[in-house]
Design a protein around this ligand. Structure first.
Ligand code: UFG
Length: 325
């Protein structure tokens, strides 16, 4: 297939683009580099630095079979202080992309949705039929796009899949000499922050909240390896059916607390992660764990790698790639 990857210079988009190339697909990456890195685009992909809102004049010529849509603003805190950025970039930008796809007859899309669409759910593990109650503008924009995809699929025959990611971690360490991992200028995620704290390459890890109603008082999340996540995209590309929109959770089905992640980071690095116990971070749900039953039945997908593998790969990436930057 010839596949357009929007946001292919970012963390997850670059890993998926690399896996698509390895599977023999032709890949065109579009990224405005507002948060991505040009050198994260895998060798072998064609790269265009541009916004998803500007695709209309070129999409017809590219004759792609599918779009994998990662390009988005994705900082929960920033979305609260600057929702306009999120509604314009994520929602208005995606509607422009869908219109371009419609005008040029691109038949399928796989979209990066998020567990943030659920908010704090009473259902654990969370199935796809749990009521969406996003706790931030970021989550609301992902939900709005999911709703638009349902309408576009039904009315215009689009084959659409929304993959709702839970907590993604790890890296793709490529023997071909190019590695792909988390390189956010503003890093908010637990695993890279814990590893940088352990390496002495960042401040002590602020542990946000120790008084949650969980066994050790810290938040529980469902972590999945970015390579497992990428494999689900490859399966979703083939599984989409014309006129249908599928919403699929991607998680392991079990959770780890922040303290458990910190202890794994300590074991992997051989160094204790320096921690400062801090107040709760606003908007963090206590527990977010996915049911992956639907991903198993629809896509035949189940994650293969555990938390230790994720933290180990993220650590290698920190040392080998980011450490030299
Ligand atoms: N945490 C810390 N210290 C840090 C970073 C995180 O204690 O420096 C804690 C958080 O409070 C949370 C857990 O570690 O309890 C995981 O936090 P992350 O920021 O790594 O991930 P989130 O669970 O907040 O984010 C995930 C997805 C987002 C999505 C969000 C919805 O990555 O895309 O869930 O809640 F929006």
């Amino acid at each position: 297939m010839r596949v357009l990857v929007t946001g292919g210079a970012g963390y997850i988009g670059s890993v998926v683009a690399a896996r698509l190339l390895a599977e023999g697909h032709e890949v065109i990456v579009v990224d405005d580099l507002s948060t991505g890195h040009a050198d994260a685009v895998p060798r072998g992909a064609t790269f265009h630095q541009m916004s998803i809102a500007g695709l209309d004049p070129v999409l017809g010529d590219w004759a792609v079979d599918a779009v994998l849509h990662f390009a988005a603003k994705s900082l929960v805190g920033e979305s609260v202080t600057d929702p306009s950025l999120y509604w314009r970039n994520n929602v208005v930008g995606t509607v422009a992309l869908l219109e371009s796809m419609r005008a040029h007859g691109v038949p399928r899309i796989v979209f990066s949705s998020s567990a943030a669409t659920y908010g704090q759910s009473e259902q654990q593990p969370i199935r796809e039929d749990a009521p969406p109650r996003p706790g931030s503008p970021y989550g609301a924009t992902k939900l709005a796009i999911d709703l638009a995809l349902t309408d576009y699929a039904h009315a215009y025959g689009l084959a659409a899949t929304s993959l709702r990611y839970f907590n993604v971690a790890g890296a793709l360490m490529d023997p071909g000499g190019q590695s792909f991992g988390e390189r956010h200028a503003v890093e908010t995620h637990l695993v890279p922050n814990a590893l940088r704290a352990a390496a002495g390459d960042g401040p002590a890890l602020s542990l946000f909240g120790t008084d949650y109603p969980t066994p050790d008082g810290t938040c529980i999340r469902d972590y999945i390896h970015v390579v497992d996540l990428a494999d689900a995209h490859l399966l979703a590309l083939r599984a989409g059916a014309e006129g249908e929109h599928q919403v699929v959770n991607l998680g392991s089905g079990s959770g780890s607390s922040v303290r458990e992640v910190l202890s794994t980071a300590g074991e992997v690095t051989g160094r204790e992660v320096p921690v400062i116990e801090a107040a709760r971070r606003s908007g963090d749900p206590a527990v977010l764990v996915a049911s992956n039953e639907y991903a198993q039945s629809l896509l035949g997908w189940r994650p293969a790698q555990d938390l230790t593998a994720m933290v180990s790969d993220a650590w290698r990436f920190e040392q080998e790639v980011r450490g030299q930057a």
